[in-house]
Design a protein around this ligand. Structure first.
Ligand SMILES: Nc1ncnc2c1ncn2[C@@H]1O[C@H](COP(=O)(O)OP(=O)(O)OP(=O)(O)O)[C@@H](O)[C@H]1O
Ligand SMILES: O=P(O)(O)OC[C@H]1O[C@H](OP(=O)(O)OP(=O)(O)O)[C@H](O)[C@@H]1O
Length: 221
């Protein structure tokens, strides 16, 4: 298997929350392979008849695979795209995986103005997004990078604030945290390697068009 193999389309899919819906949408437009499942330990799954192969990556690594052309296209959250800041084309908003990036604090620490949090510590899995947000507000903060369970940080005094994703709001509520700023909404996006998009234009563009029609038909329901 070589990168940018002209005969195959290589599609990167992230393990985790976006995987099942991404597989389902791609299958609906005829882009599928047998045994494509998160439960499998196989990381490359090919459909030789359809000349498509899927690679399964860790969420935050997916844009790197696409940027380097190890995958031609991929499906990934806008939050990860903004954080990883890779040189890829964003082709389509797939309108699933809705969540939003927020800043939150313990209820007891709530202040009137975001500037009142200046110079406090912010725990986050998304240091670039957090940095950019506070910088845009003219506020200097100390950013502490964590890899998960971010809501724990203010409870145990590691940080005063967090920047994290919220979907239902349950995790914030159950840890007595309240939102103090909305930073960025996020949905899943179809992305493409810049060279692949030119070299495999017909194939990638027709897949993107089919997904676009699918997204629009789902929105009409
Ligand atoms: N409740 C949610 N929490 C986190 N991400 C969500 C949520 N709802 C939708 N998403 C979207 O799903 C994507 C993948 O989330 P997931 O939790 O599977 O990965 P991750 O936890 O960031 O990665 P990893 O487990 O490898 O560290 C996010 O980047 C985001 O775009
Ligand atoms: O608003 P909610 O519906 O409660 O969802 C938000 C939570 O889900 C995500 O965590 P995830 O499950 O990915 O675990 P993690 O803490 O290990 O990242 C996110 O980081 C929040 O903690």
């Amino acid at each position: 298997m070589t990168p940018l193999d002209m005969n195959y389309l290589t599609v990167a899919l992230p393990k985790g929350k976006l995987f099942d819906k991404a597989v389902q949408m791609l299958a609906s437009v005829g882009c599928a392979a047998e045994g494509l499942s998160q439960d499998s330990r196989k990381l490359v799954i090919s459909n030789d008849d359809a000349k498509v192969r899927f690679i399964i990556t860790k969420t935050s690594d997916l844009p790197t695979y696409v940027e380097y052309g190890a995958a031609d296209i991929g499906i990934i959250g806008k939050d990860v795209l903004l954080e990883e800041n890779k040189d890829v084309y964003e082709l389509l908003d797939l309108k699933f995986g809705y969540c939003r990036m927020v800043a939150a604090v313990p209820q007891a620490l709530r202040q009137d103005k975001i500037s009142d949090y200046a110079h406090m510590r912010v725990a986050t899995k998304y240091p670039r997004i957090a940095e950019r947000f506070f910088h845009s507000m003219g506020i200097q903060m100390e950013i502490i990078k964590l890899n998960g369970s971010i809501e724990l940080a203010p409870i145990v005094g590691l940080a005063e604030l967090i920047v994290d994703l919220v979907e239902t709001g349950r995790t914030l509520r159950e840890n007595n945290l309240v939102e103090v700023a909305q930073i960025q909404p996020s949905t899943a996006r179809l992305i493409a390697n810049r060279v692949s998009f030119k070299m495999k234009f017909e194939r990638i563009n027709s897949l993107a068009e089919a997904l676009k029609s699918l997204v629009e038909s789902e929105a009409d329901k």
